[in-house]
Design a protein around this ligand. Structure first.
Ligand SMILES: NC(=O)c1ccc[n+]([C@@H]2O[C@H](COP(=O)([O-])OP(=O)(O)OC[C@H]3O[C@@H](n4cnc5c(N)ncnc54)[C@H](O)[C@@H]3O)[C@@H](O)[C@H]2O)c1
Length: 357
């Protein structure tokens, strides 16, 4: 069994609570292609975060800067996992690719389209895997939706609605800048930049294709320089997605609906309601199931286990043009197009036909 030796860059909330426990968990020992993970190095500028990494990961070497880490660890790493605020993702990922390493990168891949394109180009030139942390697709309830769609239970999907309710922005660790998600300099935007990727890659999957155009409105009800609410309609060849993302909700919840040619699926956190046209054609038969997905636990450790395994599979297959990297670029393009639309009070913005780099 091959061992993939990795370094975590950024040892904040999600690295400590999501990525590291998933790498260290026994379940992560086997991937489809037979790889196990070993986290040998961590880079973070904050001493308290490095000290925590040393306590949490046996034998790990720590550095205050990712470049010093890449120099010192030359020849001893296979990949870098980037878990810093988004403004730092591109520079760290480029340096890792330059060092000949594969890159797993948190969402959003980058705040700007130019940075995202440049990373995909770089990975293709370097022959290395660039893979985004699109972990919501590994939530058990989302996998169950995929199973229902594959079984044809609701027919062709033509409309999806995706509502993400949060009562505040997620806070980063106190030793760094807990409110960086509200600061344009670090986050590149507000809730759409922070959470839009999860919303949009699910919509791409459910509507089977890339987005064609978006019309959006954004609001900032708070005191920061980024939006805390974004509503948008996105056109696809096969239908339409509407989404509302908010940090000013009364409750933490996701509600997704998928409307198909002969039925519908409604997801509310762990609950799935399936409605299918009755054979007589005069109504709908509804069944309700519960698929425990731990939505309230923002670290999503179990979802990361599955994601890390897909990343390892891509590395071992040499799949340097993986669909997920293109999906990440499409998310960044759609988020930025939504901002352009919102600045023009909802004018529709087309998304160019995107060629794979
Ligand atoms: N996929 C998910 O479900 C999910 C959930 C939470 C966060 N995230 C993403 O993870 C990333 C980090 O979020 P977080 O909540 O862990 O933030 P955080 O503030 O808790 O942690 C960020 C860490 O990065 C470190 N850091 C800052 N600049 C750095 C640099 N240049 N080099 C190395 N380290 C640096 C900080 O010291 C801090 O320890 C973001 O991209 C965020 O969007 C994803």
């Amino acid at each position: 069994m091959r061992t993939l030796r990795g370094a975590l860059v950024g040892y904040g909330f999600i690295a400590e609570r999501g990525h590291a426990p998933a790498y260290l968990s026994p379940d992560a020992d086997a991937t489809d292609h037979g790889a196990r993970f070993e986290i040998t190095a961590v880079a973070d500028p904050v001493p308290a975060r490095r000290a925590l990494a040393q306590r949490q990961i046996p034998g790990v070497r720590v550095y205050e800067d990712h470049r010093a880490m890449l120099d010192a660890e030359a020849g001893a790493l296979d990949f870098v996992d980037v878990a810093t605020p988004p403004s730092e993702h591109a520079a760290i990922a480029h340096d890792a690719l330059d060092a000949g390493l594969h890159v797993l990168c948190e969402k959003p891949l980058t705040p700007t389209v130019a940075e995202a394109r440049s990373l995909l180009d770089h990975a293709a030139r370097a022959g290395r895997v660039l893979f985004p942390s699109h972990n919501y697709k590994h939530a058990p309830v989302v996998r169950e939706v995929r199973r229902m769609l594959d079984a044809g239970l609701i027919g062709e999907v033509g409309l999806v609605t995706l509502h993400t309710f949060r009562s505040t922005h997620a806070k980063g660790v106190p030793e760094f800048r807990p409110d960086w998600r509200r600061e344009r300099r670090w986050a590149g935007g507000g809730i759409a930049m922070d959470h839009g990727s999860h919303t949009f890659y699910l919509a791409f999957d459910w509507l089977k294709g890339p987005p064609r155009a978006v019309s959006a409105r954004a609001w900032n009800l708070g005191r920061w320089d980024t939006e805390d609410n974004l509503a948008c309609s996105v056109s696809f060849d096969r239908g339409v997605a509407t989404a509302h993302l908010t940090w000013t909700a009364g409750v933490r919840k996701v509600i997704y609906t998928l409307q198909g040619s002969h039925g519908a699926i409604r997801v509310e956190d762990d609950d799935i309601e399936l409605s299918v046209k009755s054979p007589s054609g005069d109504g709908w038969e509804t069944t309700r199931t519960r698929v425990s997905s731990h939505w309230m636990d923002a670290s999503h450790t179990a979802w990361f286990r599955a994601l890390q395994q897909r990343f390892a599979d891509a590395v071992l297959r040499g799949d340097t043009r993986n669909e997920e990297a293109l999906e990440a670029l499409r998310c960044v393009e759609l988020i930025n197009a939504a901002y352009t639309s919102a600045e023009a009070r909802g004018r529709e913005v087309s998304l160019g036909a995107m060629a794979a780099p």
